[in-house]
Every structure is written in C-alpha cells, then in structure tokens.
Design a binder for this molecule. Sequence first.
Ligand code: DAH
Length: 361
Amino acid sequence: MTDIDQLQADLLAAIAGAPGLEGLEACRVHALGKQGVVTGLLKTLGGMSPDERQVQGPRIQALRTAVTDAIADRKAMMERAGLEARLATETLDLSLPTGGIGGGSVHPVSQVMDELAEIFADLGFAVATGPEIEDDWHNFTALNIPDAHPARAMHDTFYFDKADGEGRKMLLRTHTSPVQIRTMVTTPPPIRIIAPGRTYRSDSDATHTPMFHQVEGLVIDKGITLGHLKWTLETFVKAFFERDDIVLRQRPSYFPFTEPSVEIDVGYTLIKGKRVIGGTEPDGWMEILGSGMVHPKVIAACGLDPAVWQGFAFGCGIDRLAMLKYGMDDLRAFFDGDLRWLRHYGFAALDVPTLSGGVGA
Ligand code: DAH
C-alpha cells in the first residue's frame, strides 16, 4: 500500500468512527483545513517535476474527493439520525382532548363560501373552479379586455416572468371572471354556475389586501334578460342577509365583459351610527357587486353563437360580504392568523350552513 492509500484508509476510518458532528468537524480540519494533511499534499504538487505531477496529481485529487465525499455522507447521516431522534421524542398524541389548546374554527371566508354554495345550489347553480395561476387570454382577452386596454394595468396585475407554451403571459388571476370563460369553453349550455375563490391584485390598505376572495356567477341559456339577473340577485341577497326587507338599486356601469353593465347597491339603515344591511326605506346605499348581460363578444370568444345564447354574470367580493354580515371592519385581520380573532369570528366546524337551519351565525 502506498502512503496515499494508507492515508486515505486512515482518514476514512476516522470519519466513519467520528462520534458526533464535532468529531467529524475535527476530522475535516485535520484533513482539509488550511494546515490539513490533504491540503499539505496538494501544496507539494507545485514543487514536483511535470512527470511526477502527472502521476501524483490525480491521486492526491482523488484522495481529496474521497475524503470530502465521506465527510458529506457521514454528516448527512448524523443529521438524519438527529432529526429522527428528535421526532421520536416530540410525538403528539392526537387522541388527547383539545381543551387546553382550544378547538379549531372555520374561517368566516370559508363559512361565507359555504353559505353561497348552499344558497345558489337551491337556485340550481353548480360550483365551478379555475386555476389561480391564469394566462392573459382567459383573464383578459376572452373577456373583451384588449391588449392595450387600461383595465390590464388598472387591475394592478401580478405577472410572472415566463409565458406559457403558447406565448401567453401568465399571471395571478385578478378576478374570478376567467372561470366564466373556462366554463363556457368546456360545458355546453345551459350553464348556471358560481365560482368562489382567491384573486390577486397589487393593492394593500384597510379594505384591500393583495390576495382576496371573489365569487363569480354565470348563467347562459336562451332568452335570458336583465329581469332574471335582478330576481336572482335579490333572492341571493335576501337569503344571505336572512331578511326580506332588502332593497337593491341598479346603477348603470361599465365592464368590458358585460353589455349593459349594472352595479348593484344594497340599502342600509343607520343604527347607533352603524350601517346595518336592510330596511325598506334605507338611509343610504352600499355597493356590493358588479354585474350585467354577458357581452356577445365574450360568448363568441368561447365558441358559442351569441345570436342563440345569452346570459348574465356577476362578480362580488366575498371578504366584503363577510364584513358586512358579521361586522368586522379591517380586512387585513382576515389574513393575520391571529388566534384571538379566529376564536372571536370563527365558526364551529359542525355549524354547516343550510337553508332550512339558517345560513347565518
Ligand atoms: N370582474 C369584475 C371585477 O373584478 C367584477 C365583475 C363585474 C364580474 C361584472 C362580473 C360582471 O361577472 O358581470 O371587478
């Protein structure tokens, strides 16, 4: 055995026998540190004749690689063993009663989503979903928002650096409206869906967070009119706020994907300075959603004949609905994960909303 082979055997034995991370570190310094034995050998290469270096160079380099690899392997093994030992002592008994920790609760946003699904299921609507990472065709183009349209900037969109395989820009969806497109492209009409989910815009203050929730509604059928839209929204708002004295006001508006477009306000009554939704003679109006008749261009973009199929659509902020119904005033607290807030505003896990049992608290 040559000196180098012997040295390698000794070093590998020391590494294999190192009792812990500290011992292993000592092996590393001994072999590869500034004054280390392998480092010393590497330094001798400079003083060798070219012939000698050609023979010794690869051998010394191989020694260094073998030692470096052995140390890395042993270190990974020790760390894994350490983690396993820790996990073994830190077991959680999931069968213990939760009394001391406090039970979990259903977030008001989840609760409201369940309420929406329940109310609209009763009207014959299915729940549809779409991806949160969208392309700009579904999020903008097919919704009649052309390339240069200010709405693309207006929405404060989070774009990704890379386009998809078809060269479409990728983004975090700025609204749930692309689910309209995805549904019309894949599902033959008649269509009746709601699409609740997360949406994203670069915006942040007491009433705006970069991630928020919307629910989209879409009906496509023959002979659909604004009257159907009005009745549907009235029925929904009454069921949601659980009172019949709800007055809605329709205001003309503009969205590229609807024509005509209508914003819907709900009447509120002032009680001790607080706005409470409802009252047949409202003290004021609060905007709750955008809606309208689906633009013929949107229907055509999805491959349907707008001369045959018409429909209405609406889009509504879920977080705001929750705030209006359950009385929170700062949206940011929704997403702080503060247990005190969750305990106060959360719902019991088995408090599943049903129309017969009440969709309220
Ligand atoms: N997508 C709109 C927004 O995020 C909301 C909206 C308005 C949706 C009108 C609709 C609609 O479906 O018809 O501001």
